[in-house]
Structures are given as structure tokens and as C-alpha cells.
Write a protein that binds this ligand. Structure first.
Ligand code: EZ4
Ligand code: CO
Length: 402
């Protein structure tokens, strides 16, 4: 089998998505996601101008060699644009393999380690009462694990908290808006929030929390320690991870489990975090982490150190990545949990898929390949629109970490 054609689709059914479609001489095609929030067109151009011409004529079954060719052959290694582009190719090739062999991709990765994928969702509110109401709503939908975020008293707006009614989407159209941040206000409030949550919902519900990289290691240590009585499933992205040994400081101060890595794109972002056992869950995901071929190696390495996966699953990862993630989650031994932020109806119509949600669990479906398609005629009705994540400033105007 040979790759005969490939093209990039950019569409915006509510938010932007970049999808690579690879076609073969046997009429089988595969899909890969290359969406990079706020930098979508750079991946689209990288693929169209620099990658697609190099893969035409190759055997789509050679996923390892093509991965190495794109990673080592480019000279410039790593980085979110490069690794998202490589991921788009890699995931599309595994989709082709599955379809050619008439089997779901999870069977190619190791087969079923479990029947379903444990998922967590988001509950948010502008204050504690509204957060509690949203938790109740999410529980009704069947979720047994819920990430809880809330507006912070004293701050007029906070990232992750919807400004109005309707479905929340982190990327906002137009140029980046600006939000407020104060670590002092935040650290005073969050332990009280979780005390109220446990009081209202008891011990059984799994609770998660995302710090969005805003704390220093010692501040994260303090927060983790104060949250210990509430037994969180994890505390996410406590501090930016460029300095991996920063997590040693956090670890020395708290037993609250730590998750990090939604912005990672290579094992070299996580090597020290994993091998020193400074984290419990790795959030690096297929689309930004080089696809199945790289993530499988990363997950196997993490398994040696008792680190489990907790893939990023926000709406900026397309249904192609959600499908791919569910195959991966199903097939690896050290799966931990999968983030689930459902896409809009418009997005689901552009990407018809076989995966399913029921009672807090996700199911990859049994269709050959990934089990996800792209309705290109419908996608055309939603042209790209500039959109960015907001930026965050401290009350004195200093720009925050993300
Ligand atoms: O900020 O997906 O854990 N989930 C998150 C998300 C991210 C967005 C950024 O692209 O932190 O809300
Ligand atoms: Co996060």
C-alpha cells in the first residue's frame, strides 16, 4: 500500500480544528488531528508545505520509520508545532492500518486492557454555591470524577469560569482577552471550596483541581498540604514544568497526587519528572505529543515509575484525538483517567464518530481504525476564525504563567 495523497482541513464549527487526511492507493484513508490552540495555522502550513510532500509514495504501515524520518530527518526536533504535525501523520497512519486490517486501533496497541475508559468532567461556578450546583448537574450526567474550579472572591474574572450561560469554550474569538489573577486570594479560598464540596457530596466522589501553572513550587506545596484532608484524585499543573526539579519541592511537602503535562510534547519534557517519581499522572496527549508511536513509549517508560496517564481531553482536542485517546486508554496497562469535555453538536456533526459516553465511562467503539470521520462538505461551512486563549495578569499588571 502507498500514500498517494494528503491534505489539511481547517474548520471552525464553534472552535478551530486542524485535520490531516491521508489517502492511499487502495482507497483507504486515515485522519489525524493537528489542532494547536491559538497556533492552528502554523501546524496547517508545516504539514502542507513541509511534511506532505515528503510522505507521498511511502508505505503507510511503516509508522515507526515515518515517525523517525519526520522527527530526526527535520534536524529541528521537538516543539509543539513540529510534534503536533508529526502526531497528525502518525495517528492518520494508525487509522489506515486499523482499517486495512479491519480491526479497531486498540487491537494494534495491545488489545483491550479494560472494557471502558474512566472519565472526569469539569464543574465550574462563579462562586462556591454555583460550583456546588454544577457538581450536582455533572453527577446527574453520571460522572464519578469531577474537576472543580471556581471564581475567586476579590477577582473580577478567572480563567476557566464561563462569563455567561451556554457551553464554555476556553478559546475566545478575536485577539486575546485579559483575566485577573492573585495567588494570595486563590490560596486562601481553594481549601474552603473543597471543604464545602466534601461536606455537600461526601467521600466517594473523585475530585480533581487544575492550578493552570500559576503557583511557585512552595505555594503548590502549601496548597497540596491544605487539600490533603479532602483526598483529591489529583492537583493538576501546580507550577510550570520547564524546571522539572521544581516538582521535587512540591513532592517534599504534600501527599496530594500531582498531574502535569498538557503542554508537553516530548519525553524530554517529562523524563526527570517521571524517573524521579515527582508526579503521579502524565497529561501529555496524542495530538501534542507525537501520536501513538511516541506516546506508547512514553507510557511504557512512565509505567516503570508508577506514573499513570491522564490525557488532556479539552475541546481544543478534536474528536479525532478523543477517538484516538480512547483506543490508547483501552490498550495500555498504566491508564489512569481521561479528561472529558464534550464537543458541541456542530463539532460532532463535522466529525461523526463511534465513541460513546455512559455513566461516567467512555467507550472507543469497535469500528475498524479510529472510528471517526470528517464531513468535509459540512466543514467547509465553518471557515477558520482567529481565536486565542485569554492571557492572565496579576493585580499589579504582571503577566502570569499559564
Ligand atoms: O486550558 O485546553 O485541563 N484542561 C485545561 C484546559 C486548557 C485548554 C488549553 O488549550 O487546562 O482548559
Ligand atoms: Co489543565
Amino acid at each position: 500500500m502507498k500514500i498517494v495523497n494528503a491534505h489539511v482541513n481547517v474548520t471552525s464549527p464553534g472552535r478551530n480544528f486542524v485535520t490531516l487526511k491521508i489517502e492511499t492507493d487502495e482507497g483507504i484513508f486515515g485522519l489525524g488531528d493537528g489542532t494547536l490552540n491559538g497556533r492552528e495555522l502554523s501546524v496547517a502550513t508545516y504539514l502542507t508545505q513541509h511534511v506532505i510532500p515528503c510522505i507521498i509514495g511511502r508505505d503507510p504501515f511503516q509508522t515507526e520509520d515515518i515517525w523517525q524520518y519526520l522527527y530526526r530527518g527535520a534536524y529541528w526536533r521537538r516543539g509543539p508545532v513540529t510534534m503536533s504535525a508529526i502526531a497528525a501523520v502518525d495517528v492518520a497512519l494508525w487509522d489506515i492500518k486499523g482499517k486495512a486490517l479491519n480491526t479497531p486501533v486498540y487491537n494494534l496497541l495491545g488489545g483491550k486492557c479494560r472494557e471502558s475508559v474512566f472519565a472526569y468532567c469539569h464543574a465550574t461556578g462563579k462562586d462556591t454555591d454555583h460550583a456546588l450546583e454544577d457538581i450536582a448537574r455533572q453527577k446527574e450526567l453520571g460522572y464519578k470524577a469531577i474537576r472543580v474550579q471556581s471564581g475567586i472572591p476579590g477577582l473580577s474574572n478567572t480563567y476557566g469560569i464561563p462569563k455567561g450561560p451556554g457551553r464554555y469554550e476556553p478559546a475566545e474569538r478575536g485577539l486575546p482577552s485579559e483575566y485577573e489573577w492573585s495567588t494570595e486570594h486563590y490560596l486562601r479560598y481553594i481549601p474552603k471550596l473543597f471543604a464545602r464540596v466534601r461536606e455537600a457530596f461526601g467521600e466517594e466522589l473523585h475530585l480533581l483541581h487544575d492550578c493552570h501553572h500559576r503557583l511557585t513550587p512552595i505555594e503548590a506545596g502549601r496548597l497540596g498540604k491544605e487539600l490533603e484532608p479532602f483526598h483529591l484524585f489529583w492537583m493538576e499543573d501546580p507550577t510550570p514544568a520547564e524546571l522539572q526539579e521544581g516538582f521535587k519541592v512540591i513532592r517534599e511537602h504534600t501527599t496530594t497526587p500531582i498531574a502535569v503535562g498538557e503542554v508537553f510534547n516530548s519525553i524530554w519534557d517529562a523524563h526527570d519528572l517521571i524517573s524521579n517519581q515527582w508526579i503521579d499522572y502524565l497529561r501529555m496527549t496524542l495530538v501534542h505529543g507525537g501520536g501513538f508511536t511516541h506516546l506508547k513509549k512514553v507510557a511504557d517508560f512512565a509505567a516503570l515509575y508508577h506514573v499513570r496517564t491522564g490525557f488532556h481531553g479539552a475541546t481544543d482536542l478534536s474528536p479525532v484525538t478523543m477517538a484516538a485517546s480512547l483506543h490508547f486508554d483501552t490498550a495500555i496497562h498504566n491508564f489512569g483517567i481521561q479528561e472529558h469535555m464534550p464537543h458541541t453538536d456542530e463539532t460532532n456533526a463535522v466529525f461523526p464518530h463511534n465513541y460513546d459516553f455512559k455513566d461516567g465511562l467512555l467507550f472507543p467503539g469497535d469500528a475498524p481504525g479510529l472510528g471517526v470521520d470528517l464531513n468535509e462538505a459540512l466543514a467547509e461551512k465553518y471557515p477558520y476564525q482567529r481565536a486565542y486563549l485569554p492571557i492572565n495578569r496579576k493585580l499589579d499588571g504582571t503577566l502570569c504563567d499559564w
